[in-house]
Structure formats: structure tokens, C-alpha cells
Design a protein around this ligand. Sequence first.
Ligand code: SAM
Length: 251
Amino acid sequence: MSDRYFVETPISSDRAMLGGAEAHHLIHVMRAKRGSRVVLFDGSGAEFAAAVETIGRSEIELRILSREEIDRELPLRITLGIALPKGDRQKWLVEKAVELGVAALMPLKTARAAAQPVERASDRLRRAVVEASKQCGRNRLMEIRKPQNWAEFIEDSAAEPCRLLAHPQGFHRGADPLPNLKPPQSILLAVGPEGGFTPDETALAVAAGWHTIDLGRRMLRIETAALLLTAMASQWYAGIGRGEGRGERGE
Ligand code: SAM
């Protein structure tokens, strides 16, 4: 899927323009020529076959040949609230969350985080979302939300039917989904910082109806815990790995 390019502006005619890093890659790395065929996506859920028409210094005009709706999303909308790790681990986490089908990532401000998330870092993370989507074939972009305080996050999510918090010594262990919970259409996950959630933060979530999930006896890094919790929720509620996820690749 490496010949996929992301177009910022929604494609609504038989022409599309590529600029910035995408055009640079196509012009200078792939050495596109007039007539070269590529696949475009604009985040709307569709994929477009296109041919290169005009090559400028930093822009490419393409002619749209066909449009196809190809749904590679999970049948369940997962939002991941997370105290982001530092440095390159952020980008790695974003890349893997995109691959696993997370719909939205919410950077959380928590008491014991080594570095609090800032809005301006979101541009870098959004670029990582595009790169990962190009590679894995998603036609909708994982949303990077504005950073939120823990208390606001808990309050705003009160209406969500299914909320799971990764917490060592959490109440729920084991491979089975939580009992008495119908497969939800959306699910909210939360993972804490390197220093862990404070007892007050955990108590606030539990009082608001969150389920705490123990991910085993080993202490996992933030990103490992996030991916494991996402994978468990996908298997429990979206049937991933049990055959029910078929069709996700658009087959
Ligand atoms: N000393 C911290 C503590 O006791 O919570 C360690 C935090 S851990 C590096 C970062 C986050 O990953 C935790 O806040 C939790 O959300 C999640 N996590 C890591 N290991 C876990 C486990 N075994 N079970 C549940 N959650 C875990």
C-alpha cells in the first residue's frame, strides 16, 4: 500500500492537487512522470485511483480515474485517552494505534506525567497518523484531540456505555469481556503515565463508573499497556481475531 498519498482537501471533482511532503515524496523520491498511477485518499473513507497530470516544483496535479468506498475501520469506535510517553515513543504509539484501528486519541494531563501534552505537538502526531494510514490502508484518519485534564475527561465521558481503565491490580482480570455488557458501538480506554494514576485519579474514575482492568503481573510501559488494552477490547467487542472482523480490509 506504499503508493498511497494523502490529499488534504476533500476530493470532489475529477482533479486533485498534492502539495507539501506528499508531493515532495512523489516528485523527488518516486520520480513520478506524467501518467504515473497512484492511489489517493482524503480521509473521507474513499480511495481514488489517479494519474499524474502536471508536475510542478512542489505540487502535482492529478486526474481522478475512479472512486471507491473501502471501509477498513473497526466495527467499534475506540477512543484512547492516554498520558503520552516522551519523545519518539509518542510517534510509535500513534503509528500502532492507527494500525490497530483506534478512532480517536485523547492526550491526557495527569498528575504524575513526566511531560504534560501541549497542543502544538499535535501537528507532529497528525503527520504520524497520515504516514501510518498510508501504510496500513486506512481511509479515515485517527483523530488527535486537544489535550484534556483528567477530571474533565472523566466528566465528559460520563455518558459512554463502556469505559475501561488500565490499572495494575484492577478489578477485572482474564481473557473474557466484562460481564453484563452488550457489545457497545463505542468504547473509551484510558492508560496512565509512567508514574501511574494517583489514588485520587483512579477513585474519581471508578466513582464515575469506569471498570479497572489488570493487564497482568508485569509492569508495562504506557504504549505497551495501550496496545494490549486496545487489542483486548477489539477482540472482546469487535470480534478481531475470532473471524468476525473479516471485511475490515474491504474484502
Ligand atoms: N508505577 C506505575 C503504577 O503503579 O501504576 C506504573 C505505571 S505504567 C508504566 C503506565 C500505565 O500503564 C499505568 O498507569 C497503567 O494505566 C498501565 N499499565 C501498565 N502495566 C499495567 C498492568 N500490569 N495492568 C494494568 N495497567 C497497566
